[in-house]
Ligand binder design. Structure first.
Ligand SMILES: Cc1ncc(COP(=O)(O)O)c(C=O)c1O
Length: 393
């Protein structure tokens, strides 16, 4: 049975065309370590990693940053943990959206034990941020606003430009989780007034799993106590953690094959028109939503959660099967039709509470640059059969 992968919000598949070869070439070539060898092969790999930092600066328009302001981590979860746990102290207050992923919420809840507090800016039932409610949540000790760029549950995007201005006005630090947008939505770190931007390499950037990182301004970096410490291959005469970037936040041997795979993915992305990717993904999204509404106009069998148009949205669509257990429906889509989706709460209980879909969750369909209209047609047909839409039987 042919399979159709519609779980792009979890991780992208297929990966960008040059990724697998780049990882293979490194592992089957010299596979040397970085920052720990005084020979040509090591310098050459270090050069490629440096180029990857520069690619990320360009991608996110961090024009005032340098290569050292790009820190590699295993994923955006690690990035957010480093940023939040390294920055926040007892007495600090934080604002988040009510749509956050647990990559933000769990560190914050852990930090509550250390005297950090937070408030959630509410969202409407389609996931749109009610930004006018933010001002009332401010306190004299509010230090940071951290939020995702787009919901991994329903695809709704946050008004990041306005949030950047809000942070400027109220002298707040601003950290953005770009897990669902990097690679398919243009992001300008300067225009958004971001102090740090966290990214993951394996979703829209189409690199390997185990890659990610953050871009950070010097002023913020100097306020962050490193979560991890150890050998960096630099200033080895001292047992102190290096004060300089990126070494301060990059102890231990990095994921070299992963970073070189990400380098290849970014080379592919640089040759592609990101706006064309975005347009294609949004076309599929609208086609899918329209298809569901056509099959079941009263939404008595299939309920779409979130926005029905493609304004301020990514290609993630959550659906509830009202007359059938959703885990069962998702399983049927997989075993009978070969369609891969994700069911449940998507590591975002706060978002589901906001959307009114907690605790039952949703079935999530998410589209990538290589998904086709034909695949969406088949998914609609399968969904109609699985959910037992009467006119389809
Ligand atoms: C909005 C958001 N933030 C954070 C994450 C965590 O990503 P990773 O598992 O790559 O750390 C995800 C992954 O689903 C996400 O969608």
């Amino acid at each position: 049975m042919a399979t159709i992968y519609l779980d792009q919000a979890s991780t992208s598949y297929p990966k960008a065309p040059s990724v697998a070869q780049a990882v293979y070439d490194y592992l089957n070539g010299s596979a040397v370590n970085v920052n720990r060898g005084g020979y040509q092969a090591a310098y050459s790999v270090e050069g490629q990693i440096f180029e990857t930092r520069e690619q990320l600066l360009r991608l996110f328009h961090f024009t005032s940053g340098k290569g050292k302001n790009v820190i590699f981590t295993p994923n955006i979860t690690t990035s957010l943990n480093i940023l939040l746990k390294g920055l926040l102290r007892s007495g600090d207050h934080v604002l988040v959206s009510s749509m956050e992923h647990n990559a933000v919420m769990r560190p914050l809840v852990q930090l509550e034990a250390d005297g950090v507090t937070f408030d959630r800016i509410p969202c409407s039932d389609d996931g749109s941020l009610l930004i006018e409610k933010a001002e009332k949540l401010l306190r004299p000790n509010t230090r940071l606003l951290v939020c995702l760029h787009a919901s991994n549950v329903c695809g709704t995007m946050m008004p990041v430009q306005k949030l950047g201005e809000f942070c400027q006005k109220h002298h707040l630090l601003f950290i953005l989780d770009t897990a669902q947008t990097a690679g398919s939505v243009p992001i300008d770190m300067e225009e958004l007034h971001l102090d740090a931007l966290a990214f993951t390499g394996h979703k829209g950037l189409r690199g390997p799993q185990g890659t990610g990182g953050f871009l950070i301004r010097n002023e913020l970096a100097s306020q962050i106590e490193p979560l991890l410490s150890g050998g960096t291959g630099s200033i080895s005469h001292t047992e102190e953690v290096p004060a300089f970037l990126p070494d301060r936040f990059e102890p231990g041997t990095p994921n070299v094959p992963g970073i070189l795979g990400l380098h290849a993915a970014l080379c592919d992305l640089e040759k592609t028109d990101m706006n064309a990717i975005r347009q294609h993904e949004l076309e599929l999204t609208q086609y899918f939503i329209n298809g569901i509404l056509q099959m079941d106009p009263t939404e008595s069998v299939l309920r779409i959660i979130g926005k029905r148009d493609i304004k301020d949205r990514t290609s993630v669509v959550s659906v509830q099967t009202l007359q059938m257990d959703m885990a069962r429906a998702s399983y049927e889509l997989d075993v009978t039709y070969g369609i891969m989706t994700r069911v449940g709460l998507h590591c975002a209980p706060s978002a589901h509470k906001s959307l009114g879909t907690y605790p039952e969750g949703t079935i999530r369909f998410s589209f990538g640059p290589e998904n086709t209209h034909h695949e969406v047609d088949f998914a609609l047909h399968a969904l109609a059969e699985v959910a037992e839409i009467p006119q389809h039987l």
